[in-house]
Design a protein around this ligand. Structure first.
Ligand code: SF4
Length: 299
């Protein structure tokens, strides 16, 4: 852990629903999302700078991003009830469950080590498996759950996405530090991949790289697929309007990385990844890349 900036308000809140229909960016690839927390403990670190979730008014409720974390209570019971209604309806066919966890929070914040919301849900899923589950995380803590992930892998299609948006240990000040080093996240991908789990490295949004060829080779060695995204393509608003409201584009420019604000640079990096990953279906781009596996493309 590189940052100790976790001075925040932590609340426990009742859970109303946990399996929620998907909309927006993930629609078409996934039927539902699951968010076990609200807010994010990593909101004051590098990824919090451009985090797309900070624009979700329902989750943020007027609070400052990075200043709060709500931990949902009663999650496994609600999952059980909703799952049984969807998969064992009194009438009609069972509904498909292609779940993306999580879309507006981090499923493995540091508080997960004590709260164990994600682990408890995964244990429940071993008994009530979705058809497909993608775990999307920014932290290496997902590797703590190797045993339950292996059990769930036997019961459903499972894919673990870990975001590694740069190979740089630190972007120049005044960029905030990473919460967890790129190396620790690549190591987590390695651990999961070596045990036969499907892993995807998400370079999203792409940030400046020290050595694109070496970074692509490092990710190729530990993941079935990579998905690259640029804020101009994939922040859920036209031409990256949301990200343009953050400090990211300005800081890139002021620290000498203005070319990383352009799609020309992004396309050059995608080209390098396509060469390194050889089979081009292993390189996904933006929304298509994120939703392809949910549409049935097996990795
Ligand atoms: S870990 Fe994810 S949800 Fe949390 S601040 Fe970073 S990008 Fe946002």
């Amino acid at each position: 852990m590189l940052s100790s900036e976790f001075d925040m308000q932590v609340r426990h809140i009742p859970c109303q629903t946990i399996i929620n229909p998907t909309g927006g960016y993930l629609e078409g690839g996934f039927t539902h999302t699951i968010n076990l927390y609200r807010g994010c403990a990593l909101g004051n670190t590098l990824c919090g700078l451009y985090c797309y979730a900070q624009w979700n008014p329902y989750h943020v409720q007027g609070r400052k991003w990075g200043a709060f974390l709500d931990i949902k209570e009663g999650v496994t019971e609600i999952y059980r009830q909703q799952y049984d209604r969807l998969k064992h309806p009194r009438s009609g066919e069972p509904k498909p469950l292609h779940i993306f966890m999580s879309s507006v929070t981090e499923p493995y914040p540091p508080q997960e080590r004590k709260a164990r919301r994600t682990r408890q849900l995964l244990e429940e899923m071993v008994h009530r498996p979705p058809d497909f589950l993608v775990i999307q995380t920014h932290t290496p803590l997902v590797a703590d759950d190797l045993a339950v992930l292996l059990a769930l892998h036997e019961r459903c299609r499972l894919q673990i996405n870990i975001t590694v948006e740069t190979d740089k240990l630190q972007l120049p000040p005044p960029f905030p530090p990473h919460a967890y080093s790129p190396e620790s996240r690549i190591q987590a991908l390695h651990t999961l991949h070596a045990h036969g789990l499907v892993t995807v490295a998400t370079v999203s949004p792409l940030l400046p790289l020290d050595n694109p060829w070496r970074f692509a080779r490092d990710l190729e060695a530990v993941s079935n697929q990579v998905v690259l995204d640029h804020y101009l393509l994939g922040d859920g608003s036209p031409q990256g309007l949301r990200t343009k409201q953050t400090e990211l584009p300005r800081l890139l420019k002021e620290t000498g990385f203005d070319d990383w604000n352009t799609l020309e640079k992004f396309e050059a990096i995608v080209g390098i990844f396509r060469e390194v990953f050889k089979a081009s279906p292993r390189v996904g781009v933006s929304r298509e890349g994120f939703t392809a596996s949910g549409k049935g493309a097996h990795l």
